[in-house]
Write a protein that binds this ligand. Structure first.
Ligand code: NAD
Length: 295
């Protein structure tokens, strides 16, 4: 199988490497020559352009920063140069409207297209254990799943075009809200003279239990693998969470949904970002809520 992989950044680099490891011929393209060099070392064949990468491809995978990049890479390059038989899969996290617009344009040009954003971060991208949320025509799903397999732990079909992006932003809005709630409870416990680690033991077995607390505890100690134990380095950056919360608010405004807690979460993450926390893991917002500036 020949894969064209466009966008070899923090996520795409590891994902393309896993396609090559699975024995597929990977033609890789990125605007960054450093990213191309890395992909070459991981067994991919660097291409000089999108057009060169997608020539003769069975599947095209993109992992780009945001909606405008996806609209332009497909609209101006992929659709003009890929074979019509190529299955097009965009794994970037983008707005639902862009995902549906690109899908309609691709379908209009005779292609099959899927939006397939991921959850799991750079460690899962490298390990090939990402969770994929796919929006595509039902008959195309089995082939999408087969192409995605070397990069995934689990693949869901969320629904038709755009449903993958909808699942991704709804999940991440819930995550952002639950993390802030967890941090507020820990900060209050501390102010009340309750040891936060003891509060963890209790809430983990009580009705306050949630993933942000028991799998990703923002207070160092109780969950050794959580970024809180390494000064909030790595993990899921605050700037990325803020991007996803903005997408959720845009989608809420356009669809007429009420998402006031999501709006609060966006405001608090925007403030933490402005204070210099953008590159810290999103659980570091605990420090702001305790009254500490990011270091
Ligand atoms: P990144 O900035 O590291 O990588 C994006 C890459 O796309 C860069 O290497 C850039 O040079 C390349 N690029 C941009 N425009 C291009 C073009 N026109 N042609 C070719 N290459 C182009 O970002 P990332 O962290 O890899 O994230 C990629 C996507 O994955 C984003 O949509 C992000 O929201 C999503 N995501 C990221 C994470 C994470 O933990 N980093 C987790 C889940 C989802």
């Amino acid at each position: 199988m020949k894969i064209a992989f466009i966008g070899l950044g923090n996520m795409g680099g590891g994902m393309a490497a896993n396609q090559a490891k699975a024995g597929r011929a990977v033609a890789a393209f990125d605007l960054s020559s450093a990213a191309l060099e890395k992909a070459k070392a991981a067994g991919c064949a660097p291409a000089a352009s999108v057009a060169e990468a997608v020539a003769g491809a069975d599947a095209v995978i993109t992992m780009l920063p945001a909606g405008p990049h996806v609209r332009s890479v497909y609209g101006e390059q992929v659709l003009a140069h890929a074979p019509k038989s190529a299955l097009l899969i965009d794994c970037s996290t983008i707005d639902v409207e862009s995902a549906r617009a690109v899908a309609a344009q691709a379908k209009g040009a005779g292609f099959r297209f899927a939006d397939a954003p991921v959850s799991g971060g750079t460690a899962a991208a490298e390990a090939g254990t990402l969770a994929f949320m796919v929006g595509c025509d039902e008959p195309d799903f089995a082939e999408v799943e087969a192409v995605i397999k070397p990069m995934s732990r689990v693949v869901f079909r969320a629904g038709d075009h755009g449903a993958g992006q909808a699942a991704k932003i709804c999940n991440n809005m819930l995550l952002g809200i639950s993390m802030i709630g967890t941090c507020e409870a820990i900060a209050l416990a501390e102010k009340l003279g309750l040891d936060p680690a003891r509060f963890f033991d209790i809430a983990a077995q009580s009705s306050g239990q949630c993933w942000s607390l028991t799998s990703y505890c923002p207070w160092p100690g109780p969950v050794p693998a959580a970024p809180s134990n390494r000064d909030y380095a790595g993990g899921f950056a605050t700037a990325m969470m803020l991007k996803d919360l903005k997408l959720a608010q845009e989608a809420a405004a356009k669809s007429g949904a009420a998402a006031p807690m999501g709006a609060q979460a966006e405001g608090l993450y925007a403030l933490f970002d402005r204070l210099g926390g953008g590159s810290k893991d999103f659980s570091a917002i605990l420090q702001m809520l305790r009254g500490n500036a990011p270091t």
